[in-house]
Design a protein around this ligand. Structure first.
Ligand SMILES: Nc1ncnc2c1ncn2[C@@H]1O[C@H](COP(=O)(O)OP(=O)(O)OP(=O)(O)O)[C@@H](O)[C@H]1O
Ligand SMILES: [Mg+2]
Length: 266
């Protein structure tokens, strides 16, 4: 399946979760059955969809999926039409330590997804702000990576390391892994800094950068407090417009067979 996207950047607060939540919802709105996987112990994606999973939750979370091998299906719930969530829990914060000694520890998510990937048209994985074992599992399980970068000073800080990690994952585990796109987030076109960061990112990544830029929009920051995607919170906001267009761009790219535009990292 070529439609498993890991949303990765080890830099914190760049828009990974906002992108996962709203891109997944946008792709679901286009008529696709979508699974959003929360792989971050902060469980922000789960909260964004209105689900808070504490340690005592009976249904379990991605923690039990990875640690105990319980089927991902058992923890999955429908959160919006066509959109399903596999939630995280705070317990995932121990995953690096607890799973560090397990043989095949990098393959745990890929194996878990194997049993459900035919049930969904798209899978989006929200990764934590580090390049530890969880993000590694995300990259090994994915067919494509989306890298959100914030239109701020130091936007490209750490990106070289991320690209090196992607290259290593490609050669060790996942030869067909490719960069699906670099996404400019939190962009304020009135600020000169945002504009110059966007130019620098485009110079560095060229064609890998998505045409659509996600503008800063307060509704995107408010929607999680209501536990819904931007499309349910405020369908007329610029955030809904931007993520709606991104969903279309992602689906269109997937439909184009033999698209080599985004196949290699610089
Ligand atoms: N386009 C936007 N406009 C306004 N606020 C935004 C936008 N994108 C993200 N935010 C807000 O910025 C903060 C960080 O975003 P988000 O949680 O998506 O980043 P992240 O990369 O997932 O962070 P972490 O690394 O901690 O997981 C959140 O409060 C979010 O609501
Ligand atoms: Mg996040």
């Amino acid at each position: 399946m070529d439609r498993i996207y890991a949303i990765v950047n080890q830099k914190g607060g760049v828009g990974k979760t906002t992108t996962t939540a709203n891109l997944a919802a946008g792709v679901a709105q286009l008529g696709n059955k979508v699974l959003a996987i929360d792989l971050d112990a902060q469980a922000n994606l789960s909260a964004h969809y209105g689900y808070v999973c504490d340690a005592s939750a009976e249904a379990g979370s991605m923690y039990e999926v990875l640690r105990d091998g319980i089927p991902i299906k058992e923890i999955t719930m429908e959160v919006e039409d066509n959109l399903f969530l596999a939630p995280a829990s705070l317990l995932l914060s121990a995953a690096d330590l607890e799973l560090g000694g397990v043989i095949g520890r990098e393959l745990l998510l890929r194996k878990a997804i194997d049993s459900v990937k035919d049930d969904f048209d798209y899978i989006f994985i929200d990764c934590p702000p580090s390049l530890g074992l969880l993000s590694l599992n995300g990259l090994v399980a994915a067919s494509q990576v989306i890298v959100p970068v914030q239109s701020e000073f130091l936007a490209l800080h750490g990106v070289r390391q991320l690209l090196d990690t992607i290259d290593q994952v490609r050669s060790a585990y996942n030869p067909s892994l490719r960069v699906g796109g670099v996404l400019l987030c939190l962009h304020d076109s009135r600020r000169r800094l945002s504009k110059s960061v966007a130019e620098t990112v485009r110079e560095y990544f060229g064609d890998l950068v998505f045409d659509i830029i996600i503008r800063t929009n307060v509704a995107l920051a408010e929607a999680p407090a209501r536990g819904v995607s931007i499309f349910r919170y405020d369908a007329r906001s610029s955030g809904a417009e931007d993520y709606g267009k991104l969903a279309q761009e992602v689906c269109l790219n997937d439909q184009k067979k033999g698209n080599i535009r985004r196949q290699s990292t610089p």
